[in-house]
Design a protein around this ligand. Structure first.
Ligand SMILES: [Cu+2]
Length: 427
């Protein structure tokens, strides 16, 4: 399954060709894609003209294509496949490498245990990074990878955090409980290791939260990716705080979320969780056979919402409301925009942050393109306007980020507004 947030606040899901779906097209046929409204729970079936099975990964007709190709600004491929050294050297770990765009426009590329900084324009390795200790970290033993929030406080220095993974392509594969964090652009990059509470985990995925922490959830404790090849679902939600370098368990579900699960930040600051399909074709509850690994887990049609602590208790009532962003098209290092918002009449704010957020395209525990950048707010940080209205002036820092749609959240004393879409343009 694949998921992405749309500019109307709804979520688009794409699935593969199946012999059963709960949502049907007006023609009565199975719908392999839907638009889901997380507020009203309304589903609109969408017609897919191709089988989106496991799309989004680096592969072609055969399953061993350790190359990359480039699309132009219009999204057209130039039909030239270029071998990517790190994929060639790390076969059979050629699928779903972790990629993060760094602030100077180079790419952080990671597969298996190996990583490097790669210059796409010059087709050149800029720097080979040390191997990450522990088990394999990418498909079919995928853990998760995030670029930690880029903030003024950390001088927008990219730090990559990779968690979980596994040993071999087998249902009895061990899984990894460790995480490594590296600053690939520092003078002497080294992996700093921590451990997730609760033990080894595979298909664990990281979602950046609006308080600067990272939510790690979903996955399994035994096995690998594929159909009927994982068991012992990992049910706990974990929070990693990069500033304190500490872990906490923050909630538990009773719904297994394994192969093809997704987690995605919504406009209201909560996280939508869906999926768990370790089966080649949908398996209904009544057809589950506990001791048969290919039939042990029913296909999951329920979605869940994870509410982070910054909205628990009565905090949602403290939200900044009526957010207005003067400019909807922003340029890194360019446009200074004014953002105004309302607060409860008795709320005198102490702290404000403006966040630029892109949740990415989510599949196979990868959040492709996920990035969170704290915007530079100009002094005075907060200006009282009138009534309950406050304003802040901010701009996107002058670093390389991918152009396209992003969400702006204003976070006042730790509580986020409802996000609004803007567009980042690069000239
Ligand atoms: Cu898949």
């Amino acid at each position: 399954m694949h998921a992405a947030l749309l500019s109307n606040g709804k979520v688009v899901f794409l699935d593969k060709l199946e012999n059963y779906t709960e949502s049907k097209l007006p023609t009565g046929r199975n719908a392999y894609s839907v638009e889901y409204d997380p507020t009203t729970h309304e589903l609109s079936p969408l017609s897919l003209s191709s089988n989106a099975f496991c799309c989004g990964d680096i592969r072609a007709l055969r399953n061993n294509n350790p190359t990359y190709e480039l699309l132009d600004k219009q999204g057209k491929p130039n039909s030239r496949s270029i071998p990517l050294d790190i994929l060639v050297k790390n076969q059979p770990y050629w699928m779903y490498p972790f990629l993060h765009l760094l602030r100077d426009g180079t790419l952080f590329v990671f597969t298996a245990k190996s990583s490097q900084i790669f210059d796409v324009d010059k087709n050149r390795i800029i720097r080979q990074l040390p191997d990450l200790k522990g088990l394999e970290r990418t498909y079919p033993n995928t853990g998760g990878s995030v670029m930690l929030p880029l903030t003024k406080q950390n001088n927008y220095k990219p730090q990559i955090m990779i968690c979980g993974g596994g040993e071999i392509d087998d249902i009895f594969s061990a899984t990894d409980e460790t995480c490594g964090t590296i600053s690939p652009m520092s003078a002497k990059p080294e992996w700093k290791m921590t451990k997730m509470p609760g033990g080894g985990r595979l298909m664990v995925e990281g979602t950046l939260l609006l308080d600067g922490t990272v939510l790690w959830l979903n996955g399994a404790r035994l096995g690998c990716q594929g159909f009927g090849t994982a068991s012992n679902p990992a049910l706990e939600a974990l929070i990693y705080d990069p500033q304190a370098e500490s872990w906490a368990t923050a909630g538990k579900t009773d719904i297994p979320r394994m192969y093809h699960s997704v987690a995605l930040m919504l406009l209201d600051g909560t996280i939508l969780i869906a999926g768990s399909n370790p089966n080649e074709m949908p398996l209904l509850e009544e057809n589950v056979v506990q001791d048969n690994p290919t039939r042990a887990y029913a296909t999951e049609f329920r979605v869940e919402k994870y509410i982070p602590h910054y909205l628990l208790e009565n905090k949602a009532e403290m939200r900044p409301t009526e957010m207005r962003i003067r400019d909807k098209i922003l340029v890194p290092g360019g446009t200074i925009t004014t953002i105004s918002f309302d607060l409860n009449s008795n709320h005198v704010p102490k702290d404000v942050k403006v966040l630029l957020y892109h949740g990415g395209f989510v599949t196979h525990s990868l959040h492709m393109g996920q990035v969170m950048v704290e915007m530079e707010s100009l002094p005075p940080k907060l200006k009282y306007f009138s009534g309950n209205q406050w304003t802040v002036e901010a701009r996107v820092p002058d670093i390389k980020i991918a152009p396209g749609p992003y969400v702006i959240y204003v976070v006042v004393d730790g509580v986020p507004s409802i996000g609004q879409f803007v567009s980042i343009q690069i000239y």
